[in-house]
Ligand binder design. Structure first.
Ligand code: URA
Length: 187
């Protein structure tokens, strides 16, 4: 499937009941040939209204975190584990994740990123492993099918607990080193 067909089908998705309460499907933002791809958990209220990931308060912080290492929405890609807002911002249910992640898998197959950065526990458990512990394993590197993967604390967690920020700064520096080592595109 090509990108436009994938996007069209995804925007019409009714594979789970989140489709009944969503305003917009949040397909993702960025380059289709991105070398670095971020995966969050799922849209919140602002994302649901605007149809773009990470545009609320946590999104502003994500933009700032990315800017520290010269990344932005035009030289990377940002997606989520589920593409429709879970009501009240609850965690997406396992059945909702199972219904939705084939969309993410197809995006990954087209983009073929070199580095995947998981934002928070939910994304890391899907991408890296179901035994992932964010407090223990953030900032560590994993290889999955030839792709380098790591997780950062979710920006919303950093807003709730600013004491986690110094560790995240170290993780971002490690991400920057990895990008310098294996990424080639200058876009
Ligand atoms: N939190 C997420 O995990 N994803 C978004 O798109 C916004 C907030």
């Amino acid at each position: 499937m090509d990108w436009n067909t994938l996007q069209e089908s995804c925007l019409a998705c009714k594979r789970c009941t989140l489709s009944e309460t969503r305003t917009n499907v949040v397909f993702g933002v960025g380059r289709q040939d991105a070398e670095v791809l971020f995966v969050g958990e799922g849209p919140g209220q602002q994302e649901d209204l605007q149809g773009e990931p990470f545009v609320g308060r946590a999104g502003k912080l994500l933009d700032d975190m990315m800017a520290i290492i010269d990344l932005d929405r035009t030289n990377s890609f940002i997606a989520n584990i589920v593409k429709c807002r879970p009501p009240g911002n609850r965690d997406p249910l396992p059945a909702e994740q199972e219904a939705c992640t084939p969309w993410l898998d197809q995006q990954l197959a087209i983009i073929q990123p070199k580095i995947i950065v998981c934002l928070g526990r939910i994304a890391a458990m899907y991408m890296i492993g179901s035994d992932f512990k964010i407090t223990r394993d953030h900032g560590q590197w994993f290889d999955r099918d030839g792709v380098r993967m790591m997780a950062l604390f979710h920006p919303a967690a950093l807003l709730r607990d600013p004491r986690k920020r110094p560790e995240t700064f170290e993780d971002l520096k490690s991400l920057q080193r990895e990008i310098r080592e294996i990424c080639t595109n200058t876009y």
